[in-house]
Design a protein around this ligand. Sequence first.
Ligand SMILES: [Fe+2]
Length: 298
Amino acid sequence: MSAVSITVAPIEGAFAGRVSGIDLARPLTPGEVAVIEAGMDRHAVLVFHDQPLADEHQMAFSRNFGPLEDARGGNITRPEDRRLQMGMNDVSNLGRDGGVLERDSRQRLFNLGNMLWHSDSSFRAVPAKYSLLSARVVNPEGGNTEFAHMGDAYDALDAATRAEIDDLICEHSLIHSRGSLGMLDYSPEEQAMFRPVRQRLVRTHPVTGRRSLYLSSHAGAILGMPTPEARILLRDLTEHATQPRFVYVHRWRPADFVMWDNRQTMHRVRRYSDAYPRDMRRTTVAGDAPTCAQVAAG
Ligand SMILES: [Fe+2]
């Protein structure tokens, strides 16, 4: 413990924290892992600068916080078209050949859904704990990632709204988020893979006990509520939760590494130019429990 020189400091004017005094490519001590976990509980988003990582380093670092999520069922990319090994989520604009994806590539269009506000894997019955994103090649125009703090957003709701939504259950599916962008054609296999799951609209953080809104562009219905009414409520809450006062904007530098807690934040990527490569690689730490009971698979 005496060798721990890691520090976590708030980023000025933001809820996020900046971590220094650590090399993520080296094995961590239990003390360093504990400092980062505590920093995540407190800040929800942590930024590390100057961390050039290989995929193996990124996966090894991520496993300090739990097993990696099984990425199957989260995308339309076929195994033979993958650019990166299993365990690495490809959120670049690149194809397997290393070139920028064609404008009408289905893979590219599907990935544009990352520009909608979402929480990673909210379309899974057990949604993600942490996501960790490594900037290998940064696009020179656009491409900021924005994070909204859903605990702050929940706290700012009036008491009547909190009481109205506290026990509501939503249905989340990739079909809804991509459908909102006009992507409506899916094979029977994809439709089965993207079957909706249930999530609480208000969730409680397992460590801090803090409540937060659990919103995501994947949410398309609320149990017991007519669909248009549900979607208006979800839009209203999303508009509330993504006001600038709840948002940290990350402007990427090469070798930046950012990790976030999906249980207390939403995020989105902003538009960027596909005239340039953008190589961003994500690892995902699996969550350990559903937010509510699921219906048995039919
Ligand atoms: Fe994401």
